[in-house]
Write a protein that binds this ligand. Structure first.
Ligand code: UDP
Length: 240
């Protein structure tokens, strides 16, 4: 069991799947608005929030490359562009309720967003702006989970908060075993050795090497995002 933590700067990872909510469309405006409202609450408390958005609601490189014969790098560039669409949508939603927000892309799209510049991102955060990192790491063969771990380390954020559609990590697959139990906390070692599908191996080892704790939690439950950012107990905590 674990005690609450006071984070000063967090990296929130929002997957594309989470943005889609239960809609057929790619993005559910109710979800983006919920994120915006809860992030607004915590930035008012002075907590600095950076966000990495996924793109799986629009395009996933690996599965397209597998099924269509498209080469993997091209497919992954399309996937990275998908994350930019989500980022711009989320930015517009945040700004519609008055939260100053900057999007920074891992490759240049200067008419649309700032390029990723680490020091500038940190400066935005210090000024109370939310920074959304888009286009993943900018490299094919990576994921936005790895981008979240990487950006977290770069900007000296204290934790990766991984918002998903499930309550956290279970001891068994809850879709198969209804008695599966939600795990309160885990070590990195347990995640990798038990092959728990929390995030991909590159992302989790990057977190481990840099002692970055990861909290996996359900974004679908009202209040959870704010709770996770405020360091209250929610979901599953992965750490040393
Ligand atoms: N992607 C990539 N490099 C990165 C991050 C993402 O090539 O550093 C591509 C990859 O094709 C991936 C897609 O962008 O499938 C969408 O990202 P991801 O699958 O991580 O999104 P999520 O699962 O979080 O919605």
């Amino acid at each position: 069991s674990r005690a609450p933590v006071k984070w000063q700067r967090v990296l929130l990872k929002v997957s594309g799947e989470a943005l889609a909510g239960d809609r057929e469309q790619n993005i559910d405006p109710k979800v983006t608005m919920a994120i915006a409202r809860e992030v607004a609450d915590v930035t008012r408390l002075g907590i600095e929030v950076a966000i990495v958005v996924g793109g799986g609601n629009i395009f996933r490189g690996a599965s397209w490359a597998g099924s269509s014969g498209l080469d993997r790098s091209s497919a992954d560039y399309i996937g990275m562009l998908a994350t930019v669409m989500n980022a711009i949508y989320l930015q517009a939603t945040m700004e519609s309720i008055g939260i100053p927000t900057r999007v920074q892309t891992a490759f240049r799209m200067s008419e649309v967003a700032e390029p990723y510049i680490r020091r500038r991102a940190v400066r935005h955060l210090e000024k109370g702006r939310v920074v959304i990192f888009a286009a993943g790491t900018g490299n094919p063969f990576f994921t936005t989970d790895t981008a979240a771990a990487l950006r977290c380390a770069e900007i000296n954020a204290e934790v990766v908060l991984k918002a998903t559609n499930v309550d956290g990590v279970y001891d068994e697959d809850p879709r198969i075993n209804p008695n599966a139990r939600l795990i309160d906390s885990l070590t990195y070692q347990e995640v990798t050795s038990r092959d728990l599908l929390v995030m991909d191996m590159t992302a989790i080892t990057l977190c481990q090497e840099n002692n970055i704790p990861v909290v996996v939690f359900n974004l679908g439950k009202p209040g959870n995002i704010a709770k996770a950012i405020k360091g209250e107990r929610v979901g599953t905590l992965i750490g040393g």
